[in-house]
Design a protein around this ligand. Structure first.
Ligand code: AMP
Length: 582
C-alpha cells in the first residue's frame, strides 16, 4: 500500500473530533490494507513500531530531524528554525518545508508503507558510531521522496507524537466493523487485553477471522493488560455490592508490577506494560529466590522501604529508581524495594485468569516462600463492617493508602484491561468532604504573577470523557506546588505544548498556554460544584453548567503510571458529585 494513502487518511482523522467519525475513517482505511501490511498499519496508527512491552523507543533528536528536513528540501535553515519555534511540531515543519521545496527532483522514489516502516525501524534501532549519519541519510532520503502530507506524518511518527488522538478503544471499534461485526467487539477487546498487542490481534483477525483469536493465549513473557478497580464511598456499600462478604486487602502505595517468571528468566512490567526489569535487578533476584515453581505470572505492588527501620517509604521514592540520570547501582542500595504480591494469573502452564479470586490466592500462597522482601499482600476476609472499618483504620495508621475489596464470588475472575466490580477501592481521602483525590490531566496553563512571574502560575486541569473521547476542563489548579515542583513544571510540560487548544480538549476558558493532554497530576479538592465555565459533564446535571472542583490542591504526586486516558473520568466525577449531594 502507498504511504500516501495512509497519510491522507491520517489527515482526515486529525480533522475530526468525533470518535464515531474517526472509527468510520479507520474502517475505510483498514478495508484497503493487504493482510500482510495490517500489522504495520496498526502500529503506525498507534505511533509505534512494536507493542509497548517490547520497549522499542522511537524518538529522534530534533536537531537531526531538522537537519534532515533541510538536506531534503534546501529550504533556508533559519526559515526551518523559525517554523520549528512557531509550534514545536516537527510534522508541521516537515509539511511546510516540503511544500516550499523549490525544484522537484526527477529522482524521487514512490514511498510504500512497507518501506517507511522498515526505514523507521532502522532509524530507531541503530546506535553507536556512524548511526547519526545513517539516521540523517535515511530520513533525508524519505523526506526527499515525500509529498508534504507524507513528510508531516513521517516526522511526527519519528518524534513520537502522531497527534491523531485515536484511543485504542476506537481502533478496536474499527477492527470489529472492518473485519468482523460490531457485536464481536468484546471478543476482540478480550484478545487485546490478553496479549496487549493490537497489531497482532488485527493481523489474525484480518487473516483468519474471529476464530483465529482463540489462539491468543496468556503466555509468560507477554504482559496482559492490568485489571482495574471501581470505587465506592463506604464499607457497608462495598459489602452490600459484593454479596455481604469479601476480602479486604491492604492497598499498598507503590508501583504495580506484573512479574513473568520462567526458570531462567524473570521479566517485570509496570501497569502501563513498560518493561522495567533492568531497573529492578534486586527485585528479580529476591523474586527468583522466593518463587518455588517453574513458570508463573504474578502481580504485586513494589514498595520502597527504609533499610534501617523496615518502614514503607512514600511512593515517590520508587521513581528515583526510574530516572535514567540516576546511577542504578547506587539506587539499588539507597532505595531498596520490597514486593507485596496480590495475584497469580498463571502457574505451571495453566491460565488462572478465569479462576475465582480465592483459588488464585491459594495458588499464590503455594508458589511463594515469603521472605523479608517478598510478601503476600495482607488480607482480611469478613462480612462484618465494623471489623473492616477497624482494619481500614489500622492500614491508614500504618501509612497505607486504603483498602482493596475483592469479590469472593464464583465468577470473581481476573478481568484483564477492564474496570469492574470484582475489585473495589476504598481510600483514606473518602472520609473528607470531597470524597477522593482525583487524577487530572494538564491541558492548559496561565502565566504566573508575583513570585511565580516568568513561570506557570496556575494549570488548567481536565477529566477524560471516554464516550466523547474528549478531555473536559474541571478546575484551575494553583496551590500545593512547592518551589521545587514549580521549577520542574516547564520540564514536565513544555514538550507537550501546542500552539492552540488541543483538538481533544473542550474548554470555555482561554488559557495562556495549551498542552496536548498527557501529564496527569493527583489533586485533592474541597467540594464539587456546578460551574458555567468548566465543561466537565456539561449539562448532565443542570443546563448551562458543568462540574468544577473548588479549592483544588496538588497533592505532590505526578501520576507517571497513568496515561491521560486513565485519568479520572467525567463519569467518575459525576458519581462523586452525586455521592456528595447525598
Ligand atoms: P488506583 O491507582 O488508585 O486506581 O488504585 C489501583 C492500584 O492500587 C493498582 O493498580 C495497584 O497498583 C495498587 N494496589 C495496591 N495494593 C493492591 C492490592 N492489594 N490489590 C490490588 N491493587 C493494589
Amino acid at each position: 500500500m502507498d504511504y500516501l494513502t495512509l497519510a491522507e487518511a491520517y489527515e482526515k482523522i486529525e480533522a475530526t473530533r468525533s470518535r464515531l467519525e474517526m472509527a468510520d475513517l479507520l474502517v475505510e482505511l483498514l478495508r484497503q490494507v493487504p493482510v500482510d501490511e495490517v500489522e504495520m498499519v496498526i502500529l503506525l496508527t498507534q505511533g509505534k513500531l512494536a507493542p509497548d512491552f517490547k520497549g522499542v523507543e522511537m524518538g529522534i533528536a530534533e536537531k537531526l530531524a531538522l537537519k534532515a528536513i533541510y538536506e531534503a528540501t534546501r529550504v533556508n535553515e533559519t526559515e526551518i528554525q523559525k517554523l520549528w519555534l512557531r509550534d514545536g511540531d516537527l510534522g508541521n515543519v516537515a509539511f511546510e518545508a516540503v511544500s516550499r521545496k523549490k525544484q522537484t527532483s526527477l529522482f524521487t522514489e514512490h514511498l510504500s508503507v512497507k518501506m517507511v516502516f522498515r526505514n523507521l525501524e532502522q532509524i530507531a534501532g541503530s546506535s553507536g558510531a556512524g548511526s547519526q549519519d545513517m539516521k540523517l541519510k535515511l530520513l533525508a532520503k524519505m523526506m526527499h521522496d515525500s509529498s508534504p502530507v507524507e513528510a508531516k506524518y513521517i516526522a511526527r511518527t519519528l518524534a513520537g507524537k502522531l497527534r491523531l488522538g485515536i484511543a485504542d478503544m476506537t481502533l478496536i471499534d474499527a477492527l470489529a466493523i472492518a473485519y468482523a461485526s460490531k457485536e464481536e467487539r468484546d471478543a476482540i477487546e478480550r484478545a487485546y487485553n490478553t496479549c496487549s498487542d493490537l497489531a497482532r490481534v488485527a493481523t489474525i483477525l484480518a487473516g483468519d477471522g474471529l476464530g483465529g483469536l482463540e489462539n491468543i493465549k496468556l503466555e509468560v513473557g507477554i504482559p496482559l493488560r492490568a485489571m482495574l478497580a471501581e470505587r465506592l464511598p463506604g464499607i457497608p456499600e462495598i459489602l452490600e455490592k459484593l454479596g455481604g462478604k469479601c476480602a479486604f486487602e491492604y492497598k499498598y502505595d507503590g508501583l504495580r508490577i506484573q512479574a513473568h517468571i520462567r526458570k531462567d528468566k524473570i521479566q517485570l512490567f509496570t501497569r502501563q506494560l513498560e518493561d522495567v526489569t533492568g531497573q529492578f535487578p534486586d527485585l528479580v533476584e529476591i523474586l527468583g529466590k522466593s518463587f518455588k515453581g517453574k513458570a508463573a505470572v504474578l502481580e504485586g505492588e513494589c514498595v520502597p522501604v527504609d533499610i534501617n527501620t523496615g518502614e514503607m517509604l512514600p511512593f515517590q521514592t520508587v521513581s528515583k529508581r526510574r530516572g535514567r540520570k540516576y546511577e542504578l547501582t547506587s539506587a539499588v542500595t539507597e532505595y531498596p524495594v520490597m514486593l507485596y504480591l496480590f495475584d497469580c494469573l498463571y502457574l505451571e502452564g495453566g491460565d488462572l485468569t478465569q479462576t475465582p479470586y480465592t483459588n488464585r490466592r491459594k495458588m499464590l500462597k503455594k508458589c511463594i516462600k515469603e521472605t523479608e522482601r517478598v510478601k503476600l499482600a495482607e488480607v482480611l476476609i469478613t462480612d462484618d463492617a465494623e471489623e473492616a472499618e477497624e482494619y481500614f483504620r489500622k492500614v491508614i495508621g500504618k501509612g497505607g493508602e486504603g483498602i482493596m475489596a475483592k469479590s469472593l464470588a464464583p465468577d470473581s475472575y481476573y478481568r484483564a484491561g477492564s474496570r469492574g466490580w470484582n475489585w473495589i477501592k476504598f481510600k483514606r481521602d473518602y472520609k473528607s468532604e470531597m470524597n477522593d483525590t482525583v487524577d487530572l490531566v494538564v491541558v492548559g496553563a496561565f502565566s504566573g504573577k508575583g513570585r511565580r512571574a516568568g513561570n506557570y502560575g496556575a494549570l488548567l486541569m481536565a477529566t477524560y470523557n471516554p464516550e466523547r473521547g474528549i478531555f473536559e476542563t474541571v478546575t484551575k489548579l494553583g496551590s500545593g506546588f512547592d518551589d521545587a515542583m514549580l521549577a520542574l513544571l516547564p520540564e514536565l510540560l513544555d514538550t507537550h505544548k501546542t500552539d492552540k487548544v488541543h483538538r481533544l480538549v473542550d474548554s470555555k476558558m482561554q488559557a495562556d498556554y495549551w498542552f496536548e493532554p498527557s501529564v496527569v497530576l493527583e489533586v485533592k479538592g474541597a467540594e464539587i460544584t456546578l460551574s458555567p465555565i468548566h465543561t466537565c459533564g456539561w449539562e448532565l446535571v443542570r443546563k448551562n453548567s458543568g462540574l468544577a472542583i473548588r479549592f483544588p490542591r496538588y497533592t505532590g504526586k505526578v501520576r507517571q503510571d497513568k496515561p491521560a486516558e486513565e485519568a479520572t473520568s467525567t463519569d467518575e466525577m459525576l458519581a462523586m458529585y452525586e455521592m456528595q449531594a447525598k
